[in-house]
Design a protein around this ligand. Structure first.
Ligand SMILES: Nc1ncnc2c1ncn2[C@@H]1O[C@H](COP(=O)(O)OP(=O)(O)OP(=O)(O)O)[C@@H](O)[C@H]1O
Length: 695
């Protein structure tokens, strides 16, 4: 197969405003259909060239041999970006036999889900760390404390998990055990439990009864379809081990495999993809794309310092950043953690800004303190207006964002005045809903189902999810046959529909279908949340409970609630948009990975010690904000450097870094001389609005 020039021309019009892809690096990559890795700095167009290649390849679909294209990424956001760019122009790329999704969703669909069904008779119902962690807490509190021999699991874990931790309070010990239950890994092939990457219990070890108790707990969860993200990969490995043919089938199905955001993949994710596609007899092309200096994800709560990705030959590179201007790129450049050397001994990763603006904009350093942090958003808006960024193509296309490393506190402690995003931006605190599969009340299901798209499909899914949630509370299961054995399993959405279609217990499918359509329409289009809530409540209390044969228990009653509970966030967001004129989104650095913004304000926030980014990265003899090579060697300073590298490299036009004045006050002159535009929002400023530009 060959990529056609005419298709590349089409992608130039589609993706880069009719500019041309350069013939030194980008066109050769787009045309290359052999296995390779692609590495490049932020904004160099890695995702863009991948999109271009996908477009060109999709023009050849369906392939004669019936194979397809697999496109994987680490986050849903990245997958959505791919869909947004290509779904309209090459819809065929999103249809069978192709697959576009996260690594997690790929492993779930092709490996973990069939494994779960084969081994435990259930499909994955909830693949979510939050839900899993709640189960871990529940399990902990269900374990008895035994004072007689043999000691119970709870006693054993108290000793083993806290071993070598010195004198700590009983509360801390308990917390450590709960943490263990949340994060230990069960290798179902080897029958081993690992914790913090070290062996903990094994089936063959002396602690077999305790191993078995933990294994049993996990397997009970699996048979309810409850898994954490990591479990999917162990189940996936189990599936490959027990059904080796699956790897040949997948290789045959996916002739081309592309992985974006490669730097964020964990070793076990990289390994499972290699195990399937990177084998001696493999005919599949695997291309892996990323930037080693942007690895900021980790499966735990930590930020990654080193990436697990070991690029392998042949490696291709892209020079220059098309997103960044020279002014912004020059700063980002000094936040490169690992520059590497090329074969000529030159620095390999240099961030070179190619974007040119009619009026160049300097990077802005915004000084604030605890009492003036409330002015940050206003200031950002003012700068956007002053530079007329809301009138630009990029402003309209990419928008404006305020970002920070740490968003929320996980405890209710007093934090000595330290702040995270939620302490600065009230609206961020309120907007704590993320799109999930499971909520705790019917009202939540009907309002949080899809904050961004509000499609009919999303509304329908939410209603069905709420209904199967009730069947789960009521412990209603139905019979399935797995490997000729009869089993019982909780209803999936599909099962629920099938049951109603079969018109069991007087159920009426036609009536249900038209109700479901009306409710979905009223939710998604008319936004009549309360009205729909009452209709569904009536339905549950009449037909639904009769069709499925149960009496409503207190737990379901609580789930439904007495009245509709209006969640203010839903309305708030839209009202804000209209009021402000300029819409500014607030989010974490993690959430804007891979994105382009017109203007970005990065606000330093508290995380571990030393507390703020500037305190972490500024050393006696080196300060990357002043264009010095960094001297970051510790874990947290390296993490900070990476977060700033990712965060600072988002905007096409305006980069603002909002910093606590006390962290930079001795060096303000130096920042000015280095090229920062400085605004001082603090009390002692001398501007008429107390928003002071220091000249
Ligand atoms: N060859 C090009 N010519 C002009 N503009 C380009 C080119 N390639 C990419 N761009 C533009 O540059 C911006 C960044 O591109 P893209 O998101 O593909 O970069 P990236 O390398 O994937 O970034 P990151 O590393 O931050 O994820 C986009 O606005 C894109 O349209």
């Amino acid at each position: 197969m060959e990529i056609k020039e005419e298709h590349i021309r089409e992608t130039e019009r589609l993706l880069i405003n009719g500019n041309l892809f350069d013939t030194d690096e980008r066109v050769p990559f787009i045309k290359n259909l052999d296995s390779c890795d692609l590495l490049a700095v932020p904004g160099s167009g890695k995702t863009t060239v991948l999109l271009a290649k996908l477009y060109c390849l999709a023009k050849h679909l369906p392939f004669k041999d019936g194979s397809g294209i697999l496109v994987l990424s680490h986050t849903n956001t990245a997958v959505n970006e791919i869909e947004k760019s290509l779904k309209k122009v090459v819809p065929i790329l999103f249809e069978y036999p192709n697959f576009v999704g996260t690594v997690q969703s790929f492993v779930n669909k092709f490996l973990a889900n069939p494994a779960c069904f084969l081994k435990y008779g259930s499909y994955i119902h909830q693949n979510d760390n939050d839900i899993y962690e709640k189960e871990a807490e529940k399990f902990y509190y269900s374990l008895p404390w035994k004072n007689t021999e043999p000691k119970g699991l709870r006693n054993k874990l108290f000793g083993k998990v806290n071993h070598g931790k010195g004198t700590i309070s009983p509360d801390e010990k308990q917390q450590n055990v709960i943490e263990f239950l949340k994060y230990f890994e069960l290798d179902i092939i080897e029958r081993k439990i690992k914790y913090n990457n070290k062996p903990f219990y094994t089936f063959n070890g002396t602690a077999q009864p305790y191993y078995l108790e933990l294994e049993q707990w996990k397997e009970d969860l699996f048979s309810k379809g409850i898994l954490n993200y990591r479990d999917s990969f162990y189940l996936g490995d189990w599936f490959i081990e027990n059904n080796p043919r699956i790897t040949s089938l997948l290789k045959k199905r996916f002739k081309y495999v592309f992985i974006d955001e490669m730097q964020d993949l964990e070793k076990y994710q990289i390994d499972i993809i290699d195990k399937i596609f990177y084998t001696p007899e493999s005919q599949s092309t695997i291309q892996r794309i990323g930037d080693i200096n942007q690895s900021i994800y980790n499966s735990g709560k930590k930020v990654k310092v080193e990436t697990d990705w070991q690029p392998r030959e042949p490696v291709m590179y892209l020079r220059d950043s098309y997103r960044l201007t020279k002014e912004n790129a020059d700063i980002v450049n000094f936040f490169t953690l690992d520059r590497q050397q090329d074969e000529n001994g030159n620095q390999r990763f240099v961030v070179n800004g190619k974007r040119e603006l009619v009026n160049a904009i300097k990077p802005h350093l915004i000084l604030f303190d605890k009492t003036t942090k409330g002015k940050l958003k206003e200031k950002f808006k003012e700068l956007i207006k002053e530079n007329q960024l809301d009138q630009t193509v990029e402003g309209k296309k990419y928008g404006f964002k305020i970002i920070g490393w740490s968003a929320k506190w996980e405890d209710e402690e007093n934090h000595d005045g330290k702040f995270r995003l939620e302490d600065i931006f009230e609206e961020y605190k309120k907007d704590n809903s993320s799109i999930k599969e499971t909520y705790t009340s019917l009202s939540e299901y009907l309002q949080y189902f899809d904050k961004n798209k509000r499609t009919l499909k999303a509304a329908r899914k939410a209603i069905l999810n709420a209904l199967i949630h009730i069947l789960r509370i009521e412990n209603k299961k139905h019979a399935v046959t797995v490997r000729r054995k009869d089993k019982e399993r909780y209803y999936t959405k599909k099962d629920l529909i099938k049951y109603i279609q079969e018109e069991k217990n007087g159920s009426n499918y036609e009536e249900f279908k038209s109700k479901l359509y009306k409710w979905s329409f009223d939710l998604a289009v008319k936004q009549k949340h309360e009205e729909v809530y009452h209709c569904i409540k009536d339905f549950i209390n009449s037909d639904f409970k009769e069709w499925f044969g149960f009496e409503i228990t207190n737990e379901t009653q609580n789930f439904i609630g007495r009245n509709f509970e209006k969640l203010i966030q839903v309305e708030d967001k839209q009202e804000n948009k209209q009021k402000e004129g300029i819409n500014i989104e607030i989010g974490t650095v993690h959430s804007v990975k891979g994105q382009t913004h017109c203007a970005t304000m990065y606000v330093e926030t508290a995380y571990q010690r030393p507390t703020y980014e500037t305190q972490k990265i500024i050393k006696n003899t080196s300060n990357p904000l002043l264009f010095h090579e960094h001297n970051c060697n510790g874990t947290y300073d390296k993490q900070a450097l990476k977060m700033m590298y990712v965060g600072f490299s988002r905007p096409t036009h305006l980069l603002c870094f909002a910093v606590l004045k006390e962290n930079v006050k001795d060096k303000i002159e130096n920042y000015k001389n280095a090229g920062w535009e400085i605004f001082d929002l603090t009390e002692n400023g001398n501007d008429k609005n107390n928003i002071n530009k220091l000249h």
